[in-house]
Write a protein that binds this ligand. Sequence first.
Ligand code: ADQ
Length: 489
Amino acid sequence: CESQDFRISKQRLLVVANRLPVSAVRRGDDSWQLEISVGGLVSALLGVKEFDTRWIGWAGVNVPDEIGQKALTKALAEKRCIPVFLDEEIVHQYYNGYCNNILWPLFHYLGLPQEDRLATTRSFQSQFDAYKKANQMFADVIYEHYEEDDVVWCHDYHLMFLPKCLKEHNSKMKVGWFLHTPFPSSEIHRTLPSRSELLRSVLAADLVGFHTYDYARHFLSACTRILGIEGTPEGVEDQGKLTRVAAFPIGIDSDRFIRALALPQVQDHMKELKERFAGRKVMLGVDRLDMIKGIPQKILAFEKFLEENPGWRDKVVLLQIAVPTRTDVPEYQKLTSQVHEIVGRINGRFGTLTAVPIHHLDRSLDFHALCALYAVTDVALVTSLRDGMNLVSYEFVACQASKKGVLILSEFAGAAQSLGAGAILVNPWNVTEVASSIGYALNMPANEREKRHHHNFMHVTTHTSQEWAATFISELNDTIVEAQLRTIQ
Ligand code: ADQ
């Protein structure tokens, strides 16, 4: 009999995010070098294999000329990526301005910009206009590549206006929107001048997802208090259109981390690290250098611990790996200097000729080095002031099968709701509490460490990024079928 192709074709998924999973750098000969970007969204979605996925987003670079745009589009196509070209002015107003200066701090409870309030208020409207224009540019690229039955999955606070653009263009498009940051209390969201327009735009999606029930609840209260629309157990119903609202806690590709630990290059890294820090307990922080990650607070808590526990001074080291991010924003430059100043002061205070208590690196580590570092760590410190979820805490747990180290975790990270039973939860603003938790973690008996680790390891290995994406997309498909049935009835 003739051979038949029994492969079931995978559903096409258009993942739309501000940044593509690769950053592009132009070489002298006008060719492009592509490098994988660091960040939670990329880490989570790279593990998703069940769909025929294409990424649509900005490549993080200004390409004003047509030749450059064509060459980059071609290079990205090999990675199944489709670029949205944003010019410098739009990037300044939309990305640096509205997204990073207004929405990001607001959603992390840091408020609207305080300095030069009048100037901010004056520029607010132009930044919001640029935000809408940028979202429309993303929509235009989606229209070009969309095929019937595609699922369009929009990500994060950069693209809150996108569901509305897409549905106005084609009401049959299957559109989901997922927020990777917290959604703040409605009292915070109320302060945003464009609060109603953004909520209404998001409600144009078929399914709206958050990491935790709390964020979903905040969103529903914002709809009630700001738009006057009552939430139902299914979501929000406005003028006959139902938008499903639910929690979809993200995870990681835990197998990828577990498998990596057996690789010779990871084992070599581990051996080096063990030799380098022999006789000392290793504490670890891995963060983007962002104010929400609470890096200065973490380092000050470590200083307090050293101050109060002289016996530990030559027996513990804190490795803080902080990958620079948004480096052209003055507040981030200020944060970098502040962290350097604190680290320098503490190392000057407690260091010796042969050892310093803190190793601070302003850079990203490659995947193998990162796995090795997670695996040799005794205590991980995740002290975000607010964090949608925090995947570093998950990655640490995945790499700790043999060591069973302790996780100190901020109660303001979404991960506190999933890893809270195994971690030591702390208020990162309370330096005294974090310092005493460091002491507790370093002295924790093996049986307690094992019990706590087991709880978290089970969670991390069963709630993976694959499961997260599959659940979101299947819920989105179901929501659409239910909506179709409702219109028939
Ligand atoms: P992020 O704020 O980027 O993500 P997080 O969830 O911790 O935060 O993810 C960071 C990712 O970048 C991890 O995969 C980590 O390994 C990697 N990374 C960080 N620093 C690194 C370094 N120095 N070297 C190498 N890799 C590094 C946003 C939200 C989070 C949410 C995620 C996913 O802010 O709250 O968990 O999206 O939804």
